[in-house]
Write a protein that binds this ligand. Structure first.
Ligand code: UTP
Length: 293
């Protein structure tokens, strides 16, 4: 397949994280010492994607600034001979070809994805939610790209969640295929109650989509929460008899929704413990802390 582009929607309001997100996008909240969105960009780059479009909204200039070069800061670090920090600072502006487009009003994830149409054109593309972190050791995105290349279908990532959690996600009705961890998606419901949910397989923030999804999004009406939902557009693709169809890659690895406060704290603790430069200081403290709970 020709090289695919990635789209990172980052124009949501981040209401779950107010007041921290009043003037700062949630995608810029630091996870240890990098903003959440940088991990997401690094994941796309690791999967071989070089062209990345970030969908930004109100108060989102911090995101474009973060991926820009800062010559004064770089010059100062150079003078001080602080090469490791210099390298880390320059990485964010050099690692990929990063573009931005504004959503205007946050009318929902489906609406945000539709804003990518001009940039993406008539090609398949990946969508990575800017607040959803997948551990760097996982191969979810390459697995999804491979599933798309095999099937031509829209590929979504699914994760099993507890029944009392499913109302926070889109939920999928599925049938097994002869490939382990790959399912055919026969239906999708956005944020169902536990009783309405067709399964406990929740849609998480990675997608590999054919361009046909844009035509569907053009006429998708506002759904749950009055927002244009990507899930509703994918439900239409899943039920169209002549369309590309939808398949799911079932993921059971490490993933954090940094837009959720508890998951955000878990992400910081887990990633810091794993780091060579921080883990040895943090681990004994954490053990002691946990023993006193
Ligand atoms: P969320 O539903 O997690 O984002 O959207 P939100 O609306 O900002 O969160 P809360 O519920 O108010 O706290 C998932 C992703 O889609 C983007 C968000 O930025 C996030 O990365 N999004 C959502 C948009 O880009 N535009 C929208 O209109 C909605």
């Amino acid at each position: 397949m020709a090289k695919i582009k990635a789209v990172i929607p980052a124009a949501g309001l981040g209401t779950r994280f107010l007041p921290a997100t009043k003037a700062m996008p949630k995608e810029m909240l630091p996870v240890v010492d990098k903003p959440a969105i940088q991990y997401v960009v690094e994941e796309a780059v690791a999967a071989g994607i070089q062209d990345i479009l970030v969908i930004i909204g109100r108060n989102k200039n911090a995101i474009s600034d973060h991926f820009d070069a800062v010559p004064e800061l770089e010059g100062r670090l150079q003078q001080k001979g602080d090469h490791s920090r210099l390298e880390r600072v320059m990485k964010s502006s050099e690692m990929a070809d990063i573009h931005f487009v504004r959503q205007g009003e946050p009318k929902g994830l489906g609406h945000a994805v539709l804003r990518a149409r001009t940039h993406v054109g008539d090609s398949s593309f990946a969508v990575l939610l800017g607040d959803d972190l997948i551990d760097e050791h996982e191969t979810l995105l390459p697995d999804m790209i491979a599933a798309h290349e095999r099937t031509g279908a829209a590929v979504i990532a699914l994760m099993r969640v507890a029944p009392e959690q499913i109302h926070l996600y889109g939920a999928a009705a599925v049938e097994t295929t002869d490939v382990d961890d790959v399912v055919t998606v026969t239906g999708l419901v956005e944020k169902p109650s536990a009783e309405e949910a067709p399964s406990n397989l929740a849609v998480i923030g990675r997608y590999v989509l054919p361009p046909a999804v844009f035509d569907v999004l053009e006429h998708t009406q506002p759904g749950k929460g009055g927002e244009i939902q990507l899930t509703d557009a994918l439900q239409e693709l899943a039920s169209a008899p002549d369309g590309p169809g939808v398949v799911g890659v079932v993921f059971d690895g490490r993933r954090y929704d940094t837009g959720d406060r508890v998951d955000y704290i878990k992400a910081i603790v887990q990633l810091a413990v794993d780091r060579n430069d921080l883990g040895s200081d943090l681990r004994p403290w954490l053990k002691d802390f946990a023993s006193r709970l």
